[in-house]
Write a protein that binds this ligand. Structure first.
Ligand SMILES: Cc1ncc(COP(=O)(O)O)c(C=O)c1O
Length: 391
């Protein structure tokens, strides 16, 4: 038989999934590896989908999404993000994961380089590979709170560079960039004539600082990725959207058609209800994540493992290098010995090989207990290394 296509075989396996697969087979384990809100989708959103389905709104829609939702999004991005766009700039997709891939498909020629953060969400690397591009990583240093430094990005730009990907607030670090930092990155992109894909799916989950959308500094070169998943606890509904300059948006809508046709119609009506309904729930979830962030930082301080405070999203990176283990081995051993699952740092990029990511999207008691066990594991492992060295 002829060989299968080589591109999918170049995809790196997600370390999060690798641990998840062991975690689901480990009874009673504390799950801190996945980035999935533990809150139910608010009832009025569920009811809107139910109503839509009963009313027969169960059809294919325009590839870019139903008009009422895109009109409401025009209003949202104006009010919340300060962007002046029309519905022709908005493409609703089955989850923002597809918005992102859609953007890569439209922007990349084979071999084009995409600058991605290290550490960064592993899907960037996989999607660029699938779209025929090549990733280059720019470093994010813990000493700088994991926020990008323009000079570090500039160092890895080559004549083949085409796109800079930024993620603010960040998965996996929870870092939130200042307005000046974002402006400088967009200015850098302009100087080198690069596009920017700004992943802002955690825009509503900022504890300190304010959301800044990169597109306001150069709307003609920035594609912004947004989602209903994290803001409204709607991960399984698969509704996300991109805001893009008209020529890019036009091709993104065109490419959506043969790939996925459109997002699910009842779920688009549910997303409209999320946008136009009561917003208190968004603030309540944000406060809950912030409280969990504080609790985790307190445990880390008590155990001597505190390094930095994330200011947004629902993740924290913990430095476990004292255990002197590869981060995959660390996570597997932690799961076996302490029944706690977390994500290996190396899956987010080589710079995070001594770190693990803990998700704050788990109930408080479990989260605190899980982080305590993780710290105990590091302590026990460091002590046994010391004893072995003294022999
Ligand atoms: C940084 C980032 N961007 C995008 C997504 C995709 O979210 P969704 O496809 O559910 O909209 C995720 C999901 O975890 C994420 O962490």
């Amino acid at each position: 038989m002829k060989p299968l296509a080589s591109r999918p075989q170049q995809m790196k396996r997600s370390g999060i999934r690798e641990i998840l697969e062991i975690a689901v087979r480990t009874p009673g384990c504390i799950r801190l590896e996945v980035g999935e809100p533990n809150f139910p989708t608010p009832a009025h959103i569920v009811e809107a989908a139910h109503r839509a389905a009963q009313e027969g709104k169960t059809r294919y829609t325009l590839s870019a999404g139903i008009i009422p939702l895109r009109e409401a999004l025009v209003e949202k991005v104006k009010r919340f993000n300060g962007l002046d766009v029309g519905i022709e700039n908005i493409i609703v997709t089955p989850g923002s994961t597809y918005s992102l891939f859609n953007a890569f498909e439209v922007l990349l020629e084979p071999g084009d380089e995409v600058l991605i953060p290290d550490p960064g969400w592993p899907t960037y690397d996989t999607q660029v590979t699938l779209a025929g591009g090549v990733t280059t990583r720019y470093p994010l240093y813990q000493a700088n709170g994991f926020r990008p430094v323009v000079a570090d990005i500039e160092k890895v730009i080559t004549p083949k560079s085409k796109v800079i990907v930024m993620c603010n607030p960040s998965n996996p670090t929870g870092a939130v960039c200042s307005e000046d930092e974002i402006r400088e990155i967009v200015e850098l992109a302009r100087r080198y004539d690069l596009y920017v894909i700004s992943d802002e799916v955690y825009e509503e989950l900022i504890f300190e600082g304010a959301p800044t959308t990169a597109a306001k500094f150069d709307p003609d070169r920035v594609v912004t990725i947004y989602s209903f998943s994290k803001t409204y606890s709607m991960t399984g509904w698969r509704v996300g959207y991109a805001v893009a300059p008209a020529p890019i948006a036009n091709w993104m809508a065109r490419a959506t058609e043969p790939n996925v046709a459109c997002a699910s119609e009842p779920n688009q009506w549910a997303a409209l209800a999320a946008l136009t309904g009561p917003q208190e729930v968004v603030g309540e979830m944000r406060q809950a994540y912030q409280r969990r962030r504080d609790l985790v930082c307190d445990v880390l301080k008590e155990k001597g493992l505190f390094q930095y405070q994330p200011n947004g999203a629902f993740y924290i990176m913990i430095d476990v290098s004292q255990a002197q283990m590869d981060s995959y081995d660390f996570c597997k051993e932690l799961l076996k010995v302490k029944q706690v699952a977390c994500a290996p740092g190396a899956t987010f990029g080589p710079s995070a090989a001594g770190l693990v990511r803990v998700s704050l999207a788990t109930a408080e008691d479990e989260l605190v207990e899980g982080v305590r066990r993780l710290c105990d594991f590091v302590e026990e492992r460091a002590a046994s290394l010391k004893t072995a060295a003294a022999r």
